[in-house]
Design a protein around this ligand. Sequence first.
Ligand SMILES: *Cc1c(COP(=O)(O)O)cnc(C)c1O
Length: 420
Amino acid sequence: MAFFQFDPWIEELSKKALGKVRGQWQKIEDTAEYNQQKVLWAFQKNRVSETHFTPTTGYGYNDRGREVLDQVFADIFECEDALVRHFFISGTHALCAALFGLLRPGETLLSVTGKPYDTLDGVIGLSGEKGMGSLKEYGVGYRQVDLQEGKIDFDGIEKNLDDTVRVVFIQRSKGYDGTRPSLSCEEIGKICAFVKKRRPGCFCVVDNCYGEFVEKTEPTGHGADIVVGSLIKNPGGGLAQSGAYVAGTKKAVELISYRLTAPGIGKECGASLGQNRMMFQGLFLAPHTVGQSLKTAVFCAAVYEELGFFVSPGPLESRADIIQSIRFNDPEKLVAFCQGIQRGAPVDSYVEPVPWDMPGYAHPVIMAAGAFVQGSSIELSADGPMHEPYVAYMQGGLTFESGKTGVLASVQRMREKGLL
Ligand SMILES: *Cc1c(COP(=O)(O)O)cnc(C)c1O
């Protein structure tokens, strides 16, 4: 295996790391198998058939594939309805449609997991120019309750749950926030129960990005009204070419559908243009693919912990998403790490990533992505905002074999630059 010419000490490091985490494999494979059967069951229950892959054009009326795919998602997410669309341009777009669909002027959005993901700043009105039509400009208020030492602040939620609050927002994954843990579905369930007891009319909305199929259940199985996620992350299985989904109660999904298309039209239109097959097939592959990226993340944690860096989660800790963070405390190490991950990619491996000002993000960001689908982060990818403490967030890996190679290539790159 001289294709990558890893130093012998890197091969040794790899063996040692792998030995440490072998025990995790059983749990990952068990969850993948459970979720695979759930997905298969949902396909069969809804009688998925070849005719559902037939493209529609124009208005896209009576697109059976689209309707069945929505129902398959709803069954997998243990809820009533879903909107699975290739024409959601990203997760942010779907989250935006969800918030605008559920909130009205004078009402309040209450985030209970601290500040939401950076790309929602413009949607909420926390940043950006006036005149873009943020929720704030439409008279929707915003408050947040920060986590207290990584834990949900139930007293803080209680204090903020006045009768203007219509949406309680929960972010499952830590995203770019290295100071908080990701939440398990059980913890999300506790928040939903707490909120519903006090304000039954509130919608509990979960940003589910990176969490799908990591556990045996989803937040909608624990009382969330709506989950939202991207199809170029976990549930697209690496095959969906673009898109996002919203799943939840019939009422909430309907309200959101009016914002996605138009009031009065909702779910009835939207040509699938031949994207259905890839969305179905990607969903079918997703439990396995998520398992592969979990193995890659666990392996990465073991390797970098062995090298003396702080990693979160630790290699033996339980996980609620596919993100692995590594704290480098050094801009050069962060950059070298991302460059190494890029070198392990099947596409654009010869490109050397550098930090850039990415739209929607507050700081320059370095990103490594050599993906078949642009920006796909179920494919092996890494990124890090260029500020203290210089944390890299690595995720994805369509196969563990390729993900592992990428991780080893990152060690090699850091070594080459004299940083290890
Ligand atoms: C990826 C992600 C989003 C949405 O990002 P897009 O790039 O717009 O798909 C939102 N929240 C979290 C936590 C994410 O990881």
